[in-house]
Design a protein around this ligand. Sequence first.
Ligand SMILES: O=C(O)C1=C[C@@H](OP(=O)(O)O)[C@@H](O)[C@H](O)C1
Ligand SMILES: C=C(OP(=O)(O)O)C(=O)O
Length: 420
Amino acid sequence: MTSPLEISYPGGPLTGHLRLTGSKSIANRALLIRALTPDGFTIHGLAAADDTVRMQQLLESDDEVLDCGPAGTTYRFLTGYLCRRQGTQLLTGSARMKERPIGILVDALRSLGADITYAENEGYPPLHIGYSALDKSDRVSIAADTSSQYISSLLMLAPTLPNGLKLTLEGEIVSMPYIKMTLSLMGYFGIKHHWEGQTVIVAPQYYQARDFTVEADWSAASYYYSLAALSESAELHIDGLFQDSLQGDAVVKELYEEFGVTTTFTDTGVQLIKPAGTVAPVLFEHNFVDCPDIAQTLMVTCAGLGVQGLYSGLQTLFIKETDRVKAMKAELGKVGVSLYKIPQRMAGKTGILYFAQEGRADYAAGTPTFATYHDHRMAMALAPLAVQHAVRLEDPEVVKKSYPDFYRDLQQLGIGPKTV
Ligand SMILES: O=C(O)C1=C[C@@H](OP(=O)(O)O)[C@@H](O)[C@H](O)C1
Ligand SMILES: C=C(OP(=O)(O)O)C(=O)O
């Protein structure tokens, strides 16, 4: 744990220009695909994010123990990849990773012939993974309601399998834009696929080497949208983001229109404007099933502005870096904002889980100290409140997972961090 950091803003319009970090989701796919491509290729714009660095290191390592730390994509993508690599390796991770389920992916890989055994608890990391031809079958069904990363892991491997793969997605599909991102990137490297209903069909094919540039990270951009929304007025220029994005989290540009933040694409990225005098909405309602990583950002924006929140599609937040709903409930509670599950009888009989949020962040008790729960997004989502009142973040270095320069970039906007 690193010492707490206090961040504050002197006030006035928020202005500035920065170049945003690369997307770890895109980077980790490009790295995995490169490992499956005989000729290799150059990847530009790889971020120094821990999850990306780990992916690079582990793909190159022939150590017997591979430690993914808290990196979900790294763990799930390597689970598939290692099945085709010679030798046996122990794939492990942080204490939290050992609580994040992997059984759905292991069962799917085993049905193709994988040699995987649980080293500790059934259904959870760590895993012993041995080599297998994965030629027992050319089709598999997988529950799509828990994590899309299992599906992306299988899809990236699919063209390299002796018989290709027909992958049927069962139940509600969560994080669908990430599956589309995987298929688009595979397409960039020459892999064709087609859908038959809920089944993705990928024939045996070779990845084609092509140089590649990683887009800036729209999930990281969400924190600047929140900063703009929470400021009295703002004009921010963020380089590296483009209109035609592979990332589902690019939806932030539409979501923040409700808070008066407009986006204009420029030659180098985006310009965000929030005019003075913008009136916040009374209610913000959204289903986050396609964009779970920006849920915390929107919760904090609503808390800062006193906007009532009505959220659904949060079911995957319980198994991320922390139980994010529980963590947000505790931290927003520190500034008097409540987040609670709506009883089923009030939400209707749809089976959809709804959460409601009420209250406006209140700093009467002084500078709040927010815990970050080993979750980069807790720190980054709560930080924008600093434009309203100084806030303290515990274990601030947690942001390194996806955005190591987060505080440096805030400083460029005049939002000053100091260690306390
Ligand atoms: O494939 C990816 O790059 C990701 C998929 C999502 O996870 P789930 O599919 O588990 O929701 C997302 O939350 C994660 O940050 C990155
Ligand atoms: C959920 C996340 O990451 P991962 O699942 O890759 O650990 C995230 O970055 O918000």
